[in-house]
Ligand binder design. Structure first.
Ligand SMILES: Cc1cc2nc3c(=O)[nH]c(=O)nc-3n(C[C@H](O)[C@H](O)[C@H](O)COP(=O)(O)OP(=O)(O)OC[C@H]3O[C@@H](n4cnc5c(N)ncnc54)[C@H](O)[C@@H]3O)c2cc1C
Length: 393
């Protein structure tokens, strides 16, 4: 991306670099809170951070001004991701709203929805969750069972979602539900914007391997919402979300890439502090060089995709190649960093939050080959749509 940057974009990067470090939340250092917080406190602190980003003029950078954005390009948005990842700033609490829902609304929302919903996402007044997966519908979303029926001038929703990240803090849900049975199972699905305070919605938290409670089950029991809550054409939810998921797979990773470089530097400092004369072992040097090279290759790949999207190209199924790369490179990086730090470091005998900073990064990387489409699904897409191999039954 650097060689594509205009003088204004380079100035934007410098300005941002000066803003981020002194404006990080209180009690936040190197990618983590420096004191234990309750879930509600954590949610409030992360909302406040996104509010601060908005107040400083860095939210919705590439959205049109009419919808609360700044009319810049995806490149400025990615510079923001890279600069915040570089110093381990919080990723925030509303990535689904910012990255996914905003894309859906800009692509397929009505004018009224864009004007009403996007400025609230930019200011982090509405945190969103994504209600797609169900107990028996994950990779194959076309088999989802949640129904939305039109009755008495409203939509009535019945069903259950699972693995719903951030639902415990969410004000709104981007819901995928079946609105009709069609010959082709990927037709007859519709996207909805559902306020999470609507009567009939119940959330139940689920604990993850790292001890956090970011997952939820969400139950919809005759939840009634206005007809105008459908996003995009009724029955076309699959096509709309597919187009946006492809963009998500291709473009949202520069924060993480920069963040992993930051963690690698941290591991290097830890290794030096342990070694006589601050010389790390040959094995550690090899690992650091190996991971660093991969992360730079990954950055180059990200940048190439961004360049193509900004130039108006539809990257389509090729997004799956990038998704494969970022999820696997990230796991390779965190495995190597974990080895450099050593288990004693990231499971310290005391409640040393500074040591434990790496734990959530490590566990998050393990999930990357599952969310946004598993690796097997990406490989199917690559085989069928890019290599023209026979479709699975
Ligand atoms: C950290 C995290 C956050 C998430 N957040 C959300 C969220 O906010 N909202 C939401 O809706 N969902 C969320 N998910 C759920 C995620 O989208 C699903 O877990 C994912 O789509 C896989 O679905 P599944 O778990 O039902 O597994 P399954 O689809 O049952 O897959 C099980 C295994 O079978 C393999 N498999 C399935 N089908 C095929 C096939 N056709 N060919 C080859 N192999 C196949 C899969 O690759 C996998 O290894 C999240 C998941 C994680 C890990």
């Amino acid at each position: 991306m650097d060689f594509l940057l205009t003088a204004d974009q380079r100035a934007f990067r410098r300005e941002l670099r000066e803003w981020v470090a002194p404006n990080l939340p209180v009690n936040w250092r190197n990618g983590h809170f420096t004191k234990s917080l309750t879930e509600a406190e954590r949610g409030a602190a992360l909302r406040a951070w996104e509010g601060q980003v908005h107040a400083a003029g860095y939210a919705g950078l590439h959205w049109p001004k009419a919808y609360g954005g700044h009319g810049l390009t995806l490149i400025e948005h990615l510079i923001f991701g890279e600069e915040t990842g570089r110093v381990g700033a919080p990723e925030g609490i509303n990535p689904i709203g910012r990255e996914l829902v905003a894309g859906v609304l800009l692509h397929a929302g009505s004018e009224e929805q864009k004007l009403r919903l996007l400025p609230r996402i930019a200011a982090c007044l509405d945190v969103w969750c994504q209600g797609f997966s169900e107990p028996n519908a994950g990779s194959d979303l076309t088999s989802l069972k949640t129904r939305a029926e039109q009755r008495d001038g409203a939509w009535h929703i019945q069903g259950q979602k699972i693995w719903t990240s951030y639902a415990q803090h969410a004000d709104m849900c981007l819901l995928l539900a079946r609105t009709s049975i069609e010959k082709k199972s990927n037709q007859g699905l519709t996207l909805f914007a559902v306020p999470m305070t609507t009567a009939g919605i119940t959330r139940r938290g689920m604990q993850q391997i790292d001890g956090t409670w970011d997952f939820n089950e969400v139950f919809f029991d005759d939840v009634t919402i206005p007809l105008a809550s459908a996003i995009g054409p009724v029955g076309q939810g699959w096509a709309v979300s597919g187009a946006v998921l492809a963009i998500e797979r291709a473009t949202t990773r520069l924060y993480r890439q920069a963040r992993y470089v930051n963690e690698l530097q941290h591991a290097h400092r830890v290794a030096r502090s342990r070694s006589p004369g601050a010389m790390v072992t040959a094995d550690t040097r090899q690992k650091i060089a190996d991971i660093y090279s991969e992360l730079l290759v990954l950055r180059a790949l990200n940048v190439r995709f961004v360049g193509r999207i900004v130039a108006g190209e539809n990257v389509g199924a090729e997004a799956s190649i990038l998704k494969q790369c970022w999820s696997h490179f990230h796991q390779h990086s965190t495995t190597g960093i974990a080895e450099i730090l050593g288990v004693d470091h990231w499971f310290p005998p005391t409640d040393d939050l500074d040591c434990q900073r790496f734990l959530p990064v490590y566990f998050h990387s393990r999930a990357e080959t599952i969310f946004a489409g598993t690796s097997e699904i990406q490989k199917d897409i690559i085989a069928e749509r890019l290599l023209d191999m026979p479709r699975r039954r």
